[in-house]
Each structure stands twice: as structure tokens, then as C-alpha cells.
Design a protein around this ligand. Structure first.
Ligand code: COA
Length: 249
């Protein structure tokens, strides 16, 4: 565990907090590693029956840390986002997400793998992959059209338009919109309810609802290959540098 990823277990619930508020909880390789390890623990431990995923400081997450991503691509290494994405997409333990503020990139796409999602009125969702010269990930090329319909998925993935909590709720991505002061407790209460259910039946019900994971894993493999290639492209590098220079300026 690092201070940028806080993991606590209480009453059957593993609470994972992305804690890099000065960078809107943008995810570094170390944060991905910590979250992947935590989720592996969640599946392995009998005393963890549900996971809550949240961000600190009024943001869920701004997605991949673009500086870290650029450095990884320059070194020719695989982004540590991929093991995290594979883990969250195949997790057996149910997940509840608490979204306040920005949920960008993987901050939106990971929500397809959550069972319950609560958001505040300040939540803002966006999948800016194409604008960054990148591709949708975490199975979202399959799951966004399936959940939203192709017309809406095209607005959010191809036009990369942002959307708010009411739209997310209307689209079936978000369960409820709650005031910021109630967000954490709403998510924890839902997770505690899940944790109190018969664990075997809960996990199986979840698997039955989500269908064959092979389809999602195959979509993620297609996406990962295309994403890794795009990450090294001049258009992605130019988009990243443009953001990083803007941040410096
Ligand atoms: N990677 C690295 N740093 C990031 C970041 C990211 N994805 N998102 C935000 N930050 C940093 C900013 O550079 C800034 O750092 P600084 O204070 O040292 O300059 C800090 O976080 C706060 O961000 P800021 O842009 O000032 O906040 P905002 O409220 O105006 O905007 C966002 C928030 C998320 C809309 C905006 O930061 C953004 O578009 N980030 C990039 C999101 C993105 O493209 N993610 C990758 C998807 S693959």
C-alpha cells in the first residue's frame, strides 16, 4: 500500500481510495499495481465480501497519469493499467463505486465492471481516448455500445463528449445521485448489504448477470493490442505533450 492508494478492510468491505488529490487522482503505475494487488486480495480473502472504490479530494480519477504513460511508452514497457483492467473485469468480489468530480478515461470505463455506482451532482464522466490518439479500453468498445446503445456510445467514445450524473443514471451507468456529504456512506452501506448476503450465491448471480467473461477478455485483448500501438504513435505523443505543457504553463 502507498499513501496514494489507501486500502482498508472493515466489516467484510475492502475500501480502496485513490488518494492523489492534487493530481485529481490521476493513476500512476504504482497506483495501478497497488489496486491490482488489493483486488487480488479481495478475491483471495474470505473476510472480504465487497469492494468500495472511491477517490479523495472531490475527484474520482482523471484517468491515466499522462506523464507516467508517456514515460512508460517511451521505455517500450507495457502500461501497468492493463493488469489492473484485466483484474477488475474478472473480479469475483462485487464492487461499489463512489464517484465525485471527474471520472475520466479509465475512471469512466472501469465503472462498467462495477455492480453499483453512486455519484454526486458534481460527477463528470468522459472517455477522451480518441482525442488523445488512443483507443477505448477496459472492454468499453464492447460494453459502452451494449449498455448505452451505439448512438450514445458514439457520442461518448468517438466525439468524446462529457456527460453528467443524470445522463449517466438515465443510461444505466449510475444507480443513484447523492449529495457529496452522503456519498461515502451511501457506497459503504450498499457494500455492507452486499457483504451480508450469502457469498457464493452473490458471486454466482453476478457472474450469471455479466455473462461469459471470455467475450469481455477477448474485447480487452483486441483493445490492449491497439492501445499499446496507439500509445507509441506520434499523434498520442503530441496530445500528451500538449496536455503536459498546458499543465506546466
Ligand atoms: N495526468 C497527469 N496529470 C494530471 C492528469 C492526468 N491524467 N489529470 C490532471 N492532472 C494534473 C494537472 O496537470 C494539474 O497538475 P498541476 O496542478 O501540477 O498543474 C492537476 O492534476 C489538476 O488538474 P487541472 O487540469 O488543473 O484540473 P481541472 O479541474 O481544471 O481539470 C481534468 C481536470 C481532469 C478535466 C483535466 O485535468 C484533464 O483533462 N486531465 C487529463 C485527463 C485525461 O486525459 N486522462 C487520460 C485518459 S486516457
Amino acid at each position: 500500500m502507498t499513501t496514494e492508494t489507501i486500502v482498508a478492510i472493515e466489516a467484510g468491505v475492502m475500501r480502496i481510495t485513490m488518494n492523489r488529490p492534487d493530481k485529481k487522482n490521476a493513476l500512476t503505475g504504482a497506483m495501478y499495481d497497488a489496486m491490482t494487488a488489493a483486488m487480488e486480495q479481495a478475491d483471495a480473502r474470505d473476510d472480504v465480501r465487497a469492494v468500495v472504490l472511491e477517490g479523495s479530494g472531490g475527484a474520482f480519477t482523471a484517468g491515466n497519469d499522462l506523464g507516467d504513460f508517456l514515460a512508460t511508452a517511451t521505455r517500450g514497457q507495457e502500461s501497468r493499467a492493463f493488469p489492473f483492467i484485466r483484474k477488475i473485469a474478472t473480479l469475483d468480489t462485487p464492487i461499489v463505486a463512489a464517484v465525485d468530480g471527474v471520472a475520466v478515461g479509465v475512471g469512466t470505463t472501469l465503472l462498467f465492471h462495477c455492480d453499483l455506482v453512486y455519484a454526486t451532482p458534481a460527477a463528470k464522466f468522459r472517455m477522451p481516448f480518441v482525442d488523445l490518439g488512443l483507443l477505448p479500453e477496459a472492454g468499453s468498445s464492447l460494453l459502452a455500445p451494449a449498455r448505452f446503445g451505439m448512438a450514445k456510445a458514439s457520442e461518448y467514445i468517438l466525439l468524446a463528449e462529457a456527460f453528467g450524473p443524470q445522463e449517466a443514471k438515465d443510461l444505466g451507468l449510475v444507480n443513484g445521485i447523492v449529495p457529496q456529504a452522503e456519498l461515502a456512506e451511501t457506497a459503504m452501506a450498499a457494500a455492507r448489504k452486499l457483504a451480508a448476503k450469502p457469498a457464493g450465491a452473490l458471486r454466482m448471480a453476478r457472474q450469471l448477470m455479466r455473462g461469459d467473461r471470455k467475450d469481455i477478455v477477448a474485447a480487452m485483448e483486441r483493445e490492449s493490442a491497439a492501445f499499446a500501438k496507439a500509445l507509441k504513435s506520434p499523434e498520442a505523443k503530441a496530445a500528451f505533450e500538449s496536455f503536459l505543457n498546458r499543465a506546466k504553463g
